[in-house]
Design a protein around this ligand. Structure first.
Ligand code: PCA
Length: 204
């Protein structure tokens, strides 16, 4: 049995709930294909979220990492193609607001996801869920965590697959937010499960 480290994020900015948190919690301990899921929730903090991810990787020793984040305003499930070595954006939950900073001083400008992003999109579409490959994870915490996971894998654990999935808002969040496209929690969770199925079937 392999291990998948599945991460979600806490609420942040104007998003009073984060659907990735509930999905991560519900999938903890579940088995999909030959993967047993170990879930963790990350804080939205430029100074510590990357280190939290790396600490979980070192503790859990996963075969693969799938991190999830909310992309408020997106209509589709979007596996991310690439993380970039930039942190920049609105103030995080601790008030940090980096401008044009690098994540890893010795890191590549960009690192491609090692998850089967195209196959994930195809499986989501076949399952009736809107999806597309995204070419930017932004420069906020999601990109930061994606980059840290890929940089760690590239430098220390090349066999570990790693990448990121952005998901739309849940109806629960949309009701509180007031003006945002949303999916049911069940569909969001099904989409994540389908992505893990694809990962489990991927032999590359
Ligand atoms: N989404 C944010 C950070 C936390 C989350 O769930 C992002 O897209 O960067």
């Amino acid at each position: 049995m392999k291990t998948l480290l599945l991460t979600g994020f806490e609420p942040f900015l104007k998003y009073t709930v984060n659907p990735t948190m509930k999905i991560a919690e519900e999938l903890h301990g579940q088995i999909i294909g030959d993967y047993k899921i170990h879930s963790e929730i990350l804080t939205v903090d430029f100074k510590s979220s990357g280190d939290q991810l790396l600490a979980h990787i070192e503790k859990v020793q996963p075969d693969a990492v799938l991190s999830m984040g909310l992309a408020g305003g997106r209509y589709k499930m979007t596996p991310e193609r690439i993380a970039i070595n930039v942190k920049d954006g609105a103030a995080d939950n601790e008030g940090n607001q980096p401008i044009d900073e690098v994540i890893q001083a010795d890191g590549e400008p960009g690192i491609m996801s090692t998850l089967p992003v195209r196959a994930m999109v195809n499986r989501l579409l076949a399952g009736g869920l809107p999806a597309e490959v995204s070419n930017t994870a932004g420069t906020y915490l999601c990109n930061n965590v994606m980059y840290e996971g890929l940089h760690y894998a590239a430098t220390k654990k090349p066999a570990m697959k790693s990448g990121f999935l952005h998901i739309p808002a849940s109806h629960e969040l949309a009701i509180q937010h007031g003006s945002i496209p949303s999916w049911s929690h069940e569909d969001l969770k099904k989409g994540v499960e389908l992505c893990i199925e694809v990962l489990a079937a991927d032999e590359t």
